[in-house]
Design a binder for this molecule. Sequence first.
Ligand SMILES: [Zn+2]
Length: 258
Amino acid sequence: MPESREYQTEAVVIKKIKLGEADRILTFYTRDHGKIEAVAKGVRRPKSKLAGHLELLTYTQIRLARGHNLDTVIGSQTIDSFLPLKNDLWLTSYGLYAAELVNQFNPQNSANQSMFELLIETLSRLSQAQNSDLILRYFEMRLLDISGYRPQLRECVACKTELKPEANTFCSAAGGALCPNCLYEEPTSFSISIDALKVLRFVQKNNFETAGRLKISAELAGELKNLMAGYIRYILEKEVKSATWLDSLGGRFDKPAA
Ligand SMILES: [Zn+2]
């Protein structure tokens, strides 16, 4: 095989499906090529040397051979397996949520360094879990920024006046917050508390070093989660048309109260 048919890149395994007796089709989010799919042959066999380097959420240096339809993984060397994350069921589900959002928001073969860095940083932060709720909200906010869906949170989306600490709403269809005068009576509008608006603005404006220090009550964390989930679901349904996976997750992310 001529050398030019092989290439390598840093990648995170974001999805895997079974193929045939012993193979898998893996979806990678890569530093140099964005989202790609490739076949990993024999990785479901117990003796596969590659398998341990191709687990979901593993950050790895992969080598691929170009194929007619799908490329084939011919080498993989783990850079970070994010072991603390994989040893915790909740953290694993949070990591998979981040991976799935990256999968849903990105087309194939479109490199985006910022998106790649965001994914790596998020998995790394979840591995050192201090404040996993905030890690996910920060991830969602940056993902929306990078993807061109930054919600407007300072001025009313409709009349452009600066939002005051009062009974504002968040409207997914409008792409941001609305003042009481412009309130839309429609299904994608939610009331947004003054604190929720403040936190979202803070997360939007600051880096994680700063935003990650916020202390948030369980009630406010719940409001923020639902608000972001509603907006993301709306975008996926309207623009990406594939939000069904979000629904299929059901209550998986609703950690029961201890
Ligand atoms: Zn307004």
